[in-house]
Design a protein around this ligand. Structure first.
Ligand code: ZN
Length: 292
């Protein structure tokens, strides 16, 4: 297992972690500058942040600082209740692949979606099996394009509390079953993003990480699960502040051959987004060394 205690060579910052500084929206160029100043070698930006700043400008800035992208967040949201909706999702996902390519990301992360309409608070049905079939078909179709431009797709299983509105793929096992079905040769074009927040509780986690192996482990996301958790989406903890044994899970992904970045991804409306972003980054660096 790699020793993270001496430096932060393998630290990546998911830019949602610095979405706000003292409660105020922080533009992506400032996030990038702050990471670069601390010698953080990689980021994983969100599409809305990239669009707000302009793809071409962000591409230039990333190259200027020699930053790598441990991933690009995010594609997915495949299910829809109409043909037009399915087509619109596909078209948007193709654009996400192309943006990820332009930014030279290691993968496009897929949050696959749940029941149509649920994210807006108006679920249009109850057929989760149909949603899962649409996810499978959507990924299969997107793979034709992503393979052609050489952009790996990373399915991120989300904690089952998000099954209705964000992702109906909820375990590593389920994500890997999709990978086996759609990319049986383990070509590297399709894999998983292992986010400890979503999978730490799973009794099959260790065996499924081993099953994934190097070819399918495309990203590793860290934060912590706070007890109690006060918001299902926006109360993630800093590594070390909760009950996830992050280092043990990292040992499993590394045993399986993963040697990429450890990406800090924290959505925290009431705590970390209220602090000054430089302070947050300093704590990320320190916890990366001492906890991850
Ligand atoms: Zn994640």
């Amino acid at each position: 297992m790699r020793d993270f205690s001496q430096d932060h060579r393998w630290l990546s910052i998911n830019t949602a972690t610095l979405r706000k500084s003292r409660g105020v929206e922080l533009p992506l160029p400032q996030i990038i500058e702050a990471c670069a100043r601390r010698g953080i070698p990689a980021i994983s930006p969100w599409r809305d942040q990239v669009h707000a700043a302009g793809l071409a400008d962000i591409s230039k800035l990333v190259k200027l600082h020699g930053l790598e992208l441990s991933g690009y967040c995010r594609g997915g949201m495949f299910p829809a209740s109409t043909l037009e909706g399915l087509r619109a999702a596909h078209d948007d996902n193709r654009r996400a692949v192309d943006e990820a390519r332009e930014l030279n990301a290691r993968c496009l992360v897929l949050v696959v979606g749940g029941l149509p309409g649920a994210l807006a608070g108006k679920p249009e049905g109850k057929d989760i099996a149909l949603a899962r079939a649409q996810v499978r078909d959507g990924i299969a179709k997107l793979l034709e394009h992503s393979r052609s431009v050489g952009m790996p797709l990373a399915i991120e299983p989300l904690h089952p509390m998000y099954a209705a509105d964000r992702a109906c793929v909820n375990t590593m096992e389920q994500a890997l079953d999709l990978c086996d079905e759609l990319d049986p040769s383990r070509s590297g074009a399709l894999g998983v993003a292992c986010d400890v927040y979503h999978v730490w509780w799973d009794p099959k986690l260790q065996s499924q990480i081993a099953r994934a192996g190097r070819e399918r482990l495309l990203a590793f996301h860290v934060c912590d699960w706070l007890v109690p958790t006060t918001d299902l989406l926006l109360d993630r903890g800093m590594m070390g502040d909760g009950i996830i044994d992050v280092r043990r899970i990292r040992s499993w992904v590394e045993d399986a051959g993963f040697d990429g970045y450890s990406e800090v991804e924290i959505f925290s409306e009431r705590d970390w987004w209220q602090r000054e972003h430089g302070e947050v980054l300093d704590v990320c660096v320190e916890r990366h060394r001492s906890v991850v």
